[in-house]
Design a protein around this ligand. Structure first.
Ligand SMILES: Cc1cc2nc3c(=O)[nH]c(=O)nc-3n(C[C@H](O)[C@H](O)[C@H](O)COP(=O)(O)OP(=O)(O)OC[C@H]3O[C@@H](n4cnc5c(N)ncnc54)[C@H](O)[C@@H]3O)c2cc1C
Length: 405
C-alpha cells in the first residue's frame, strides 16, 4: 500500500470486495513496454497498448488500485484547476481551448470503452456546475461562461435567481454533458480484465527497485530479484516518481474527502451534477450510484513523512459542516468514510505525458492536475500511437520537459 500517499479509509477499496489478485513476478521476462504502477493510469495505458498489439506488462508494488486510485473522487470533467481567465496568463488562449476540448474527447472515449465492454464501474455522464457564493466573483463567472460559450462548449449561465440548488449561488457556469463519474477501483479492474484477455501481463506485489538503461533496452530489477527487459518503461507511479527521475513534477498538496452513508433521498441538488466551487483551494462534490455524497477539498501542503491526524480530523469536520449547511433539507447525513491523499498540480494545470528529454527509453504517464483520469486517457491514446510512430501534435501540451530551462 502507498501508506505515505493515502491515509484514512478510502471509499472505493472499502465498498468493493477485492476484485481480483494477480501473481507476483517469479521469473525473468522480456516485453516491449513495461508500465510501472498499477493504478488507474497504469490500467488505462496498458489497455491502449495491448489493444494496438504492443506486448506490454504492468508492475505494481502493492495491490492494484490501492494508491491514489482508491481515493480519487473521480470527477471526470473538462475544466481545469484554474479558470480560463487565470490560465491565459500562463499558456496561450488557444491551448486552453484545446485542453478543454481534449477533456471532452477523453470523456467520449471512456464512454465508448464502456459501450463496447459494458458498464461495470457505475459510469454515468453528468452535467457540471462551477459556482461562486461571492458577489465579488460574479464577473469572473461571467467571463468563464463567455469563454466557454465562445469556443463552442455547451454551457448555461446560472444566476442568483436560479433555484435549482439549495445552497447559496451568486453565479455559476453550468456545463451540459461536460462531465462524468464512475467507481475508479472497478474501472481499473475492468480495464485490466479486458486487457489481460488481449495479452497484458500484470504483476502485483512486484516493485521496480532499480532501472538500468542499455543502448537497445531497459532492464528493471524487481524486489524478488527477477528482471524485466523491455524497449521502454512508462512511469505511471502517481505522485511518487523519485525512483525513476530527479525531476520534481508539480506542487504537491494533500486533499481531504469524506463520504456519507447511502441517503434516503438527495434533495436540492439538480440532476446530481458534479459540483465545484470557485474558492481557492476549491471544494468539490459528487453523488454515487448507491446515493452517497462525497465532498472534498480543504487542501494543505503535502508532507510525505508526517501525517497530522488532528489536522485531518479538523478538515473532515469542516467538510461535514459545509455539506450539512449546503444541503439543509437532507436530514440523514452520516459520514461513513474519511480519507485524504496526495495530489499534484502544475503551473498550467496539465499533466505529463511523453518521453524524458535526456532518455528516449524513459516515458511518463502522469495525470497531474484536477482531471488526472482524463489526462491518463489521453495518455493511453497518444502514447500508444507514439510508440507505433504516429505523433499527435496535442501531446506537446503535455511535454514532460516543457518547464525545463
Ligand atoms: C482525495 C483525492 C481526490 C481526487 N479527486 C480526483 C478527481 O476528482 N478527478 C481526478 O481526475 N483525479 C482526482 N484525484 C487525483 C487522482 O487520484 C489521480 O488522478 C489518479 O487516481 C491517479 O492514479 P494513478 O494511477 O496515476 O496513481 P496511483 O493510483 O497512486 O497509482 C500509482 C501506483 O504505482 C505504484 N508504484 C509506485 N512506485 C512503484 C514502483 N517502484 N514499482 C511498482 N509500482 C509502484 C503504487 O503502489 C500505486 O499503486 C484525487 C486524488 C485524491 C487523493
Amino acid at each position: 500500500m502507498n501508506l505515505q500517499f493515502v491515509k484514512g479509509t478510502p471509499i472505493f477499496t472499502n465498498i468493493n470486495e477485492n476484485l481480483k489478485q494477480y501473481n507476483y513476478l517469479t521469473e525473468n521476462v522480456e516485453t516491449e513496454v513495461t508500465i510501472v504502477g498499477g493504478g488507474i493510469t497504469g490500467a488505462i495505458l496498458g489497455y491502449y497498448f495491448v489493444k494496438k498489439g504492443i506486448k506490454t506488462l504492468i508492475l505494481e508494488k502493492g495491490r492494484i488500485g490501492y494508491g491514489s486510485t482508491s481515493s480519487t473522487t473521480s470527477l471526470l470533467q473538462y475544466e481545469l484547476d484554474d479558470n480560463a481567465m487565470e490560465l491565459i496568463d500562463v499558456i496561450p488562449k488557444e491551448n486552453v481551448e484545446t485542453i478543454y476540448k481534449l477533456g471532452l474527447k477523453a470523456l467520449d472515449e471512456i464512454e465508448n470503452i464502456i459501450s463496447e465492454y459494458g458498464n461495470k464501474c457505475d459510469f454515468k455522464r453528468r452535467d457540471t456546475l462551477l459556482y461562486t457564493s461571492k458577489k465579488l466573483e460574479i464577473e469572473e463567472m461571467k467571463k468563464e461562461y463567455e469563454f466557454r460559450k465562445n469556443i463552442g462548449l455547451n454551457v448555461d449561465f446560472i444566476s442568483e435567481n436560479d433555484k435549482k440548488f439549495d445552497f447559496d449561488i451568486k453565479a455559476g457556469v453550468y456545463g451540459i454533458n461536460g462531465g462524468a463519474e464512475f467507481d475508479p477501483y472497478k474501472y481499473t479492474h475492468h480495464l485490466l480484465e479486458i486487457s489481460s484477455k488481449l495479452g497484458l501481463k500484470i504483476y502485483e506485489n512486484t516493485e521496480a527497485i532499480k532501472v538500468n538503461y542499455d543502448d537497445d533496452f531497459v532492464t528493471i530489477e524487481t524486489n524478488y530479484g527477477y528482471k524485466v527487459k523491455s524497449k521502454i518503461i512508462i512511469v505511471a507511479t502517481g505522485y511518487n516518481t523519485k525512483a525513476f527521475t530527479g525531476r520534481d513534477f508539480g506542487t504537491k498538496t494533500t486533499t481531504y474527502n469524506i463520504a456519507t452513508k447511502p441517503l434516503k433521498e438527495i434533495v436540492g441538488w439538480y440532476k446530481n451534477v458534479l459540483i465545484r466551487d470557485n474558492c481557492d483551494p476549491y471544494n468539490y462534490l459528487r453523488t454515487t450510484k448507491d446515493n452517497r455524497i462525497i465532498i472534498g477539498g480543504e487542501d494543505e501542503r503535502f508532507e510525505p513523512d508526517i501525517f497530522d491526524e488532528s489536522m485531518a480530523n479538523k478538515k473532515y469536520n469542516i467538510l461535514e459542516n459545509r455539506l450539512k449547511s449546503m444541503f439543509k433539507n437532507i436530514k440523514d447525513i452520516e459520514i461513513e468514510y474519511k480519507y485524504c491523499g496526495a495530489f499534484a498540480s502544475t503551473k498550467d494545470n496539465i499533466g505529463f505525458l511523453g518521453k524524458d528529454s535526456k532518455n528516449e527509453k524513459l516515458w511518463y504517464g502522469l495525470g497531474y492536475g484536477a482531471n488526472g483520469i482524463l489526462f491518463a486517457t489521453l495518455g493511453g491514446m497518444f502514447l500508444s500511437d507514439l510508440y507505433l510512430g504516429k505523433v499527435h501534435k496535442e501531446l506537446e501540451l503535455f511535454n514532460p520537459n516543457r518547464f525545463d530551462n
